[in-house]
Structure formats: C-alpha cells, structure tokens
Unconditional design. Structure first.
Length: 190
C-alpha cells in the first residue's frame, strides 16, 4: 500500500504539501460518506478506500490535482488570514485614533478651564490686533521707502517740488491705508 502523505509532503516544513494532504483527506472523507449513503458496509468502504488510495498514489495526474488543490486552499487560507489581520489592524488603528482624539479634546478643555476669562478674552483680542499691527508696520515701511525716494529724486534747490512730491506720496499712503480697512471707501473697489 502506497502512502499518500509521503507522496504529497516533501518534509515537515512543506506547508503547501500539508495542505495538499488535507485536501486529499477531505476528498477521501467525502468519498467514504458517499459510499456509506449508497449502502456499502464498513468493510466494503475500507476496501474501496484502500483501492482509491493506491490509485491516487500511483497516478501522477491525481497527485498533481491534489497538489494544485492544496496550493489553492493554502492561498485562500493566507488571503483570509491577511484580510483578517488587516481588518484587525485597521480596527485597532481607528480605535486608538479616536482615543487620542478624545484625549486631545479633553486636554484642550482642561487647558481652557485653567485659563481665566480675562486670559481668553486677551488672547482673542490679540489675534485681531496682530493683523492691524502688521498693516501699520507695512505702512510705516512703505512710507519710509517713499520718503527716501522723494529725498533722492528731488533736485537740489527745488524745495517746492520736493514738498509737492512728499504731499503726493503721503496722500497715496493714506489712500492705501484707507483701502486696507475692513470697510473700504468706494473709490478703493476699482
């Protein structure tokens, strides 16, 4: 009697061969159940299964079918394990992400409670003041550049022309600042 296990499994670490043997055992069990349902006795079933085993062991085509079936089941098993592992990792990641988010929200609430009403109001006020301060600094910077240009461009002895240029520069700067306000005059919308 030939041993199917030795034919299908190369060594203890041959996982694909182990799955091929499991596939063979599954098919053999299905065959035994079918024979039992057709009314064969236990002795007849044992004889037919031994004959089936010898046929499978000596036919390379049958061995190939069981090896391919085992490889497919191994692939299905690995895919199912991978899917389950990825799903578990995704679930844990989402859970930890939610826990971290909740911890951050709790910390924000705690920090907000520690700061008094005055500190929160001052912080809110300074946020708006930063934009005004930035606008003022840029205005002074541009004004200085215009003053420098006026001083460099004005010819010697034409004090009146320089004053006129300075007045125009300051009017332009004033117009620029007016246009930066949140409610700008209609002439700025052009």
């Amino acid at each position: 009697m030939a041993w199917i296990y030795d034919t299908l499994v190369q060594d203890e670490e041959d996982i694909s061969g182990q799955f091929a043997y499991l596939f063979y055992k599954h098919e053999k069990r299905k065959r035994a159940e079918y024979l039992k349902q057709t009314g064969d006795s236990d002795d007849e079933i044992a004889i037919k299964l031994r004959k089936y085993q010898d046929t499978v062991a000596t036919d390379p085509e049958n061995i190939k079918v069981f090896k391919e079936g085992g490889a497919k089941r191994l692939q299905d098993f690995l895919q199912a394990m991978q899917d389950a592992t990825l799903e578990e990792a995704r679930r844990k990641f989402l859970q930890e992400h939610q826990e971290i988010g909740q911890a951050v929200r709790d910390l924000d609430k705690l920090v907000g409670q520690k700061r008094g009403l005055g500190q929160r109001f001052t912080s809110w006020l300074l946020i708006g003041m930063r934009s005004w301060l930035s606008t003022a600094i840029w205005g002074v910077f541009i004004g200085c550049i215009l003053l420098l240009l006026a001083w460099l461009v004005a010819p010697q002895g034409t004090e009146e022309a320089a004053k006129s240029f300075w007045d125009k520069a300051m009017d332009g700067l004033s117009h620029f600042i007016d246009c930066q306000k949140s409610v700008a005059p209609p002439e700025c919308k052009e």
